[in-house]
Design a protein around this ligand. Structure first.
Ligand SMILES: *[C@@H]1O[C@H](CO)[C@@H](O)[C@H](O)[C@H]1NC(C)=O
Ligand SMILES: [Zn+2]
Ligand SMILES: [Zn+2]
Length: 671
């Protein structure tokens, strides 16, 4: 390598001055020399960058408004519910052999499951195999629905006795409805009529008449197979999925959001950016974190651990399997068994791979006699659990069989509960907002009909949750009776960049496990008392949160998370060693850096770095090497100008640590 002496000296002086916070003003002669060199490099670089880099993507997402949900819009819920019945009626008018089963509302719409039996051709007497619904069939059904809607049939509620309901169902010959009737435990039975033509068993609520259904805001989307009652030994049904909104604009918004979501599907981006995989050979729902995805995960985990320690938590680790007796004590063996993997035999004892971390923390609590002075305990664990999700439900990172919960359990005195909940909400806000999630939809769920624990404790705990939400000044909805059987809870949903909501965080009081495990502390009066246990998670699971994050940012991770933060692009072989030196320096400063192999033309190097979503790149030519400068480009902000190497590295490292994007302009004093 050849250095022009005055050039490198100049660069050194400039960087020294910059480090001392001084503006370095070169003398006239040196300034001319430097300007000349920059003139030579910068237009070249700029040219490449401007012609080859993709334009900064203007996210269409910004135009997308928040769509209403079933939880916050009763009218919408009624529309979806009523539309399901209208669809069922239409299906039976178009295909009289179809038998109806169930048709609940779901996020964004509704579905209805139908059974199509084999039929007999009236003319030939031959058996006709059951109909498989096609797209054409869906069109016919929608047309029939529109007719029903236009006729403005009243939707009328009727209460009947169980016997009367049974009689009527037998009359119309709907075997699945009989089974539904048997599963309804309360009386009277409610029936909803659509005009005089058709009725269904249902608890409601519905719109008053069919014309309240906005036909242009309903679309029948797809058909899928589903077993009756989800039981593979029972009949295979055909499920029609439909989208339903309050007006055509909302439907349009929703379709646009779907398109946007497809473009940023985490499974596609995970492969393209080499972040993670799910391997057929290993089995479904088991996630492999590739080096790049792992780098991101490590950043998230480090941040999570530090934030927890700052908030007074202790980080703990617990085993992955335990004797089944532990799960019998906790009740999971009885009540959660269908979600657990089978036990394994260990020296004639049964062991269970853990579906939850809670029982382990209970055991740790019990390990010593605790005093009221020790409380609260806040034990946090990135605990990997395994649950038996059915293969049909698995989906990328969103629904998996093995995942790491960002779990924590708090054991506290009843009078500490409200402050502890405030602490959880503070920490949740701190952690989520670091990822740019600062709008939450919050639901408080209260005591259900079947519950453990006294009324007093339920009331006190519910008050504590409410009190904490009020202290935070957060708006929230109340789901009366929606709590778990073991305690009231707060659920928090985040909104992503394209307006979707994701349930991530939860805080749940538990009066059950402390009782089952016999957890106690010695009170100030010397009596033995039961602590309150709080379960909470902020991300929910690392896998799912990562999936949400990938889709939220389209794989364009902010600087502090990017697996490669900084990439050096050597223009010629002559600068390769120099690039490696800069990279080594950057690495020492904690910057995640790569050097392009340089075997391709600069144009291609830039394109590759752009495609890999590297946030900051630097083009290095001989002149850059000689001046100790770098021509820097930010993927999001475009050309940032020329930077002195040391200035750039310290700015990168500072921005990364502070989770800020790099916006600084180049060191103009060196120009
Ligand atoms: C996620 O989306 C939100 C909302 O648009 C945005 O403010 C935030 O920066 C995004 N977070 C990441 C990590 O991309
Ligand atoms: Zn209904
Ligand atoms: Zn728990």
């Amino acid at each position: 390598m050849k250095f022009q002496f005055n050039m490198s000296l100049l660069g050194l002086m400039a960087s020294m001055a910059a480090r001392r916070g001084l503006a370095f003003v070169p003398s006239l002669t040196t300034r001319n020399a430097l300007t000349k060199s920059n003139h030579h490099i910068k237009p070249l670089t700029r040219h490449f960058l401007s012609t080859l880099a993709p334009p900064t993507e203007q996210s269409e997402a910004e135009e997308i408004i928040q769509l209403p949900t079933n939880e916050d819009d009763e009218e919408l819920l009624k529309i979806r519910h009523s539309s399901a019945h209208v669809m069922a009626m239409a299906v039976q008018q178009v295909f009289p052999e179809a038998q109806v089963t169930i048709g609940p509302w779901i996020d964004n719409g509704f579905y209805y499951d139908f059974y199509f039996p084999d039929t007999v051709d009236k003319e030939t007497g031959e058996k006709v195999p059951s109909r498989k619904l096609t797209e054409q069939d869906l069109k016919a059904v929608k047309k029939e629905m529109d007719k029903i809607i236009s006729k403005d049939y009243p939707i009328r509620r009727e209460e009947v006795s169980r016997e009367e309901a049974r009689r009527r169902i037998n009359e119309i010959g709907e075997p699945f409805k009989l089974e539904i009737l048997d599963s309804i435990k309360t009386e009277p039975i409610t029936i909803y009529h659509i005009g005089e033509e058709w009725w269904d068993l249902c608890a409601g609520p519905h719109v008053e008449s069919t014309s309240s259904i906005p036909k242009k805001a309903i679309s029948l989307d797809s058909v899928a197979g589903a077993y009756w009652r989800g039981d593979e030994k029972r009949e295979m049904l055909q499920r029609i999925y439909a989208t339903a909104w309050k007006d055509p604009q909302q439907l349009k918004q929703y379709k646009k959001m779907l398109e946007e979501a497809k473009k940023r599907d985490h499974r596609m981006l995970g492969k393209k950016l080499d972040l993670f995989s799910v391997q057929e050979e290993a089995g479904g729902g088991l996630v492999f974190w590739h080096p790049k995805g792992s780098k991101i995960r490590r950043m998230i985990e480090d941040f999570w651990k530090n934030a927890h320690e700052d908030a007074g938590y202790d980080i703990v680790y617990s085993p992955h399997i335990a004797n089944i007796n532990l799960w019998k004590t906790s009740g999971h063996f009885d009540f959660y068994r269908s979600d657990m993997f089978d036990q394994m035999d260990v020296e004639n004892e049964q062991y269970q791979i853990k579906p939850m971390n809670c029982p382990f923390h209970c055991l740790m609590f019990k390990d010593e006699l605790r005093s009221y002075r020790d409380l609260p305990f806040r034990w946090a664990e990135l605990g990997t659990v395994y649950r038996y999700e059915r293969s049909g439900t698995l989906h990328g990172l969103m629904r998996v069989r093995g995942f790491t919960q960002d779990d924590a359990h708090i054991f506290c005195l009843p009078e500490q509960l409200e402050d502890e909940i405030v602490g959880v909400l503070d920490l949740t806000e701190r952690i989520l907002s670091r990822f740019g999630f600062d709008k939450y939809d919050i639901m408080l769920s209260t005591k259900p009909e079947k519950a453990v624990g006294s009324d007093d404790i339920w009331e006190a705990a519910t008050k504590a949750l409410e009190g904490a939400l009020k202290k935070k000044g957060w708006e929230y909805g109340v789901d009366e009776g929606g709590g778990a059987f073991y305690g009231p809870k707060i659920d928090l949903k985040i909104r992503d960049a394209i307006g979707r909501q994701w349930q991530c965080s939860t805080v749940q009081c538990d009066f059950n496990l402390p009782d089952r495990f016999g957890l106690e502390y010695v009170s100030a009066e010397g009596t033995r008392e039961q602590p309150i246990m709080v379960h909470r998670a902020i991300f929910g699971s690392m896998e799912r949160f990562f999936g949400i994050l990938i889709e939220n940012c389209s794989g364009d991770f902010p600087l502090w998370l990017a697996p490669t933060q900084f990439k050096l692009l050597p223009v010629t072989d002559a600068v390769h060693d120099y690039c490696n030196e800069v990279a080594a320096k950057a690495k020492k400063m904690g910057i995640r850096v790569e050097v392009d192999r340089g075997s391709e033309r600069l144009a291609k190097q830039i394109r590759n770095a752009e495609q890999q979503r590297v946030p900051i790149m630097a083009v290095v030519g001989v002149k850059e090497m000689e001046t100790n400068n770098l021509a820097v480009r930010s993927r999001k902000l475009g050309d940032l100008g020329s930077f002195n190497v040391d200035d750039l590295l310290s700015e990168l490292s500072r921005c990364s640590a502070a989770a800020e994007e790099m916006t600084m302009q180049g060191d103009k004093s060196a120009e």
